[in-house]
Design a protein around this ligand. Structure first.
Ligand SMILES: Cc1cc2nc3c(=O)[nH]c(=O)nc-3n(C[C@H](O)[C@H](O)[C@H](O)COP(=O)(O)OP(=O)(O)OC[C@H]3O[C@@H](n4cnc5c(N)ncnc54)[C@H](O)[C@@H]3O)c2cc1C
Length: 378
């Protein structure tokens, strides 16, 4: 190939890559090129860019069930999540809590439900990108989107946004002398209650998480102390009553000043925020239950029709951008109810619609799983 041909080819590819990728039949540019050349380039770029049928932003329950259903419809699937693990709010905010309103489960721990949902979705081996936050969505062509994350670029024919309440970051105390123990005795959430067995645990906070964890750890830990900066709790009244009748040592109007220790903390210095009086407590672990800040980030600049922090969708779960769908907590419409059960149903609708969006000859109504079983992987 001459330099001229190479440059010409590069220019064509740059300008018409989206068209070539989509194999648009009726464009004059395509007629002037040899069919096999186009096919070859298409293959090379499909392979290089890996254009997925569907890319799901968010690996919470809605995203996981969406990935499962995309597998059932034999669509190549990618999940991108800002968190280090799949499971959304269930893992980040309440992994140890029981859920009572999942069909078929009279009672199931949030972390266990996530485990089951991950297993169900992973039967089709979707590509999973964790610790990656989507910051940009760009429509390159009718059926080609570019998603930009803080690490990478992803190409996809359709997008399903299951971003829930946005990406979460734990609220910190803003004290470096405490934060230096993060992951080594200082935690923002309880992912495994057994890790606290026989430990002296200090919990900071007055919300549902703080009180629930205090009560959950009471029978397991050697000792649980809870400090709260006010005398009013945000937690549920019933839980607060249980707390006050438990063996948990509660200090009201108290805050954490610092933690002492080398590699791990061994004592906490707390102070009364009205009198300034200090106390030293022996600790092995500290749970800072100060809540999570959620942020939908750049999503408002993606050209989506929004209602506050929610994305408006129609009955197909499609947004105002054709080919971009939304489901779960982030999606809104008249009569919306935010539950895991409704989110997963919305994800199933969105995926079946995405299938037809890509291939209008495909059936919208999927075959019943009880009839076809689990189809082979894509
Ligand atoms: C304490 C508590 C208890 C609850 N109990 C129940 C209950 O008993 N029953 C019930 O039905 N519901 C319950 N819920 C509500 C339920 O958890 C939510 O309805 C559900 O999690 C919504 O699922 P989702 O997949 O839509 O979103 P989420 O679970 O919020 O998951 C969204 C995911 O998207 C990711 N994300 C967001 N933005 C980006 C981005 N830009 N890039 C990449 N990733 C991104 C997030 O990291 C997150 O992992 C409870 C909620 C809380 C807080």
């Amino acid at each position: 190939m001459t330099t001229y041909e190479h440059e010409w080819g590069t220019k064509i590819l740059r300008c018409f890559l989206p068209i070539i990728l989509l194999g648009a039949d009726d464009l004059s540019i395509r007629m002037s090129m040899q069919f096999d050349e186009v096919t070859k380039m298409n293959e090379v770029f499909q392979e290089k860019l890996q254009v997925y049928d569907i890319t799901i932003i968010g690996g919470g329950p809605s995203g996981l069930f969406g990935a499962f259903y995309a597998g059932m419809r034999q669509m190549s699937t990618k999940i991108i999540d800002a968190q280090p693990q799949l499971g959304g709010q269930l893992i980040a905010l309440y992994p140890e809590k029981f859920i009572y309103d999942m069909p078929g489960f009279p009672k199931i721990r949030a972390s266990e439900l996530v485990q089951q949902m991950v297993e169900q979705a992973m039967q089709f081996n979707p590509t999973v990108c964790l610790n990656e936050r989507v910051i940009g969505l760009e429509r390159l062509d009718e059926k080609l989107f570019k998603l930009t994350t803080d690490k990478n670029e992803h190409y996809t024919k359709t997008v399903l946004i299951c971003a829930g309440i946005g990406a979460f970051t734990p609220r910190r105390l803003g004290k470096p002398e405490v934060e230096r123990f993060e992951g080594k005795g200082v935690f923002y959430t309880v992912t495994d209650i057994n890790a606290f067995e026989g430990k002296r645990v200090l919990i900071v906070g007055g919300g549902d998480s703080a009180v629930d964890w205090a009560l959950t750890l009471e029978p397991i830990a050697q000792k649980v102390t809870l400090i709260h900066r006010r005398d009013q709790f945000r937690a549920h009244e019933h839980s607060v009553e249980q707390l006050m009748h438990s063996s948990v040592e509660v200090h009201l109007f108290h805050e954490l000043e610092t933690l002492n220790g080398n590699e791990f903390p061994h004592e906490a210095v707390i102070y009364h925020n009205k009198t300034g009086e200090k106390k030293v407590i022996a600790v092995d672990a500290v749970i800072l239950a100060l809540g999570f800040a959620t942020d939908i980030g750049q999503m408002k600049n993606w050209g989506l029709e929004m209602d506050g922090n929610h994305i408006k969708v129609d009955q197909r779960m499609m947004t105002n951008i054709p080919g971009v769908f939304a489901a779960g907590d982030i999606a809104t419409y008249i009569g919306k109810v935010k539950l895991i059960a409704t989110g997963v149903a919305e994800a199933a609708t969105a995926v079946n619609q995405a299938k037809v969006f890509i291939d209008p000859t495909a059936r919208l109504q999927p075959a019943f799983s009880s009839t076809v079983g689990i189809p082979s992987q894509v």
